[in-house]
Design a protein around this ligand. Structure first.
Ligand code: BEZ
Length: 250
């Protein structure tokens, strides 16, 4: 997917803000070697570095890595696909916030994370859980059906159940030390056009089959369909569900 890294930074800063709690779970120690997988514009990478760890930020988007390098020239960032990345050293930890659900082959990613870690190294992540943004996704399908293009639109994200993710981690050579699934309704303060704005940022892949002349109608309809559940007192809220885990490489 092509990212508008500037818009992401300006209007979707909550992604990194919510991720800060994940740094406490990571508990980075001075001089640890840590990879931030799917680092985006590098906000959390820099916070991990501020705790004294040596961090490498990886992201498949050149736009995101350009923005990260511009904002944090003192840190190391590389464009890399999480499905195939390699790491010359053995990392103490791999950290990932709100990125794993974009990756289409979760087992391949887990295998690369395993290979990058030293034995006992930890994989600490947050991602969308099953049911994440379900009201939004269902509304896109419903609006597409009304426009006669139902079969062409599909959700591109991987939102596993806790059991599914734990099983994948175990199969991939990890011991799951801690895993937590929770609802996190997320106010979209910087999205005056509501879920339509959220989809303009994150939904390009899902909306790709929608003809250009139908996009605005579809987005307006998604706002109408989601408003009863997601719009209250002038504020739009996305129905996020999160999965957080700590897993140790065996
Ligand atoms: C998420 O962080 O859960 C998410 C972000 C964008 C699209 C889908 C899910």
């Amino acid at each position: 997917m092509r990212w508008d890294a500037g818009l992401y930074e300006r209007s979707f800063g909550y992604v990194a803000a919510y991720g800060e709690a994940l740094i406490d779970l990571l508990d980075p120690r001075p001089d640890e070697r840590i990879i931030d997988l799917g680092c985006g514009t590098g906000t959390l990478t820099s916070e991990v570095a501020a705790r004294g760890a040596r961090v490498l930020g990886l992201d498949s988007s050149t736009a995101m890595i350009d923005q990260a390098r511009g904002q944090h020239p003192e840190l190391d960032f590389e464009v890399a696909d999480a499905h195939v990345f390699t790491f010359r050293e053995q990392a103490d930890a791999v950290f990932s916030n709100a990125a794993l659900h974009w990756m289409t082959d979760p087992d391949a990613v887990i295998a690369r994370v395993w290979a990058a870690l030293r034995p006992g190294g930890r994989f600490v992540a947050e991602m969308g859980a099953s049911g994440n943004c379900a009201t939004i996704i269902e509304a896109v399908h419903a609006a597409a059906a009304e426009l006669g293009i139902a079969g062409e639109v599909r959700s591109p994200w991987y939102f596993p159940t806790p059991a599914e993710q734990a099983a994948r981690l175990e199969k991939g050579g990890f011991e799951v030390r801690w895993l937590h699934c929770f609802d996190r309704p997320t106010p979209l303060d910087q999205c005056p056009d509501g879920i339509a704005d959220w989809l303009r940022m994150f939904g390009a892949e899902m909306l790709r089959p929608v003809p250009a002349d139908l996009i605005d109608r579809l987005l307006d309809r998604v706002n109408e369909l989601t408003a009863p559940a997601l719009y209250r007192d002038g504020i739009w809220t996305a129905d996020y569900r999160r999965l957080r885990f700590i897993a140790a490489r065996l």
